[in-house]
Design a protein around this ligand. Structure first.
Ligand code: PEP
Length: 254
């Protein structure tokens, strides 16, 4: 199982900036012997094609993939402002995020809607990183298991049981650790990832051991090396520290 190190650029970067950062990442990481790792850049919609052009030109395709940060669960139609899986595939996207906490909490996406996106994106040929995570209030009131279990039940409701395990990745991102500089402690991460692994087993009893669980939340070059070694941590999803090629590359190589 290859570890996945993913960059989430959120609503940052013009096309030119995205191209520069992508080129910098390629230069820094692709020559390295890291056969057990793969990398994904989740770029804003407007920069996807520009990033794809750089990736294709550098023939970096087998290790560094392109992803979108969101998708609408329909092939096409009167959904003003939305983007379909077909459009993302047309821009060379292989991956899409579903259920990032900023979409759940700032844009009000429900667990059920995220489930629709997850299933439709997979059915359309995109691979999915399904993000889950609890708020501080939920954690402190003992609701970790209830919250993660609810997000996963709804998120996976329509996903076929025989999905190829490499196509569906989970990202455990405690909301209180995203963009706050407060990385979760090793014990907290291992406890949550073990729980996520048990929950995955309920849905995919045959493939659960081969499905990746990423940690996300204030990952930095200084803590990435220690985080990636923790039990059940199969990769990292990085926001703020992924914006600069240098910083993301140090995390990717940690
Ligand atoms: C994220 O955007 O998924 C994230 C984890 O952000 P940050 O690394 O900035 O906490």
């Amino acid at each position: 199982m290859k570890k996945m190190i993913a960059a989430n650029w959120k609503m940052y970067k013009t096309r030119r900036e995205a191209v520069q950062t992508t080129a910098g990442i390629i230069t820094n990481i692709l020559g390295k012997r890291l056969e057990d790792r793969e990398f994904v850049i989740f770029a804003p919609f407007t920069a996807l094609q520009s990033c794809a052009d750089v990736l294709n030109a550098e023939a970096s395709g087998s290790r560094l993939f392109l992803g979108a940060q969101d998708v609408y669960p329909a092939g096409e139609g009167a959904f003003t402002g939305e983007i379909s899986p077909v459009m993302l595939l047309d821009c060379s996207c292989a991956w899409v995020l579903a259920g990032h906490s900023e979409r759940r909490h700032l844009l009000g996406e429900s667990d059920e809607f995220i489930g629709k996106k997850t299933a439709f994106a997979l059915e359309s040929g995109l691979n999915v990183v399904l993000c889950i995570g609890e708020t501080l209030v939920e954690r402190e009131s003992g609701q970790l298991e209830r919250v993660l279990s609810g997000q996963m039940s709804a998120g996976l409701a329509a996903v076929p049981k025989d999905i190829k395990p490499s196509r569906l990745v989970f990202a455990y991102e405690p909301v209180w650790a995203i963009g706050t500089g407060k990385v979760a402690g090793s014990e907290e991460i291992m406890e949550a990832h073990a729980l996520v692994r048990r929950l995955i087993k309920n849905f995919f009893p045959l493939q659960y051991a081969h499905m990746r669980i990423l940690y996300g939340g204030s990952v930095k070059p200084d803590n990435a090396g220690q985080l990636i070694k923790l039990d059940n941590v199969d990769g990292l999803l990085v926001g703020g520290a992924s914006m600069e090629a240098e910083s993301f590359s140090r995390i990717a190589l940690a």
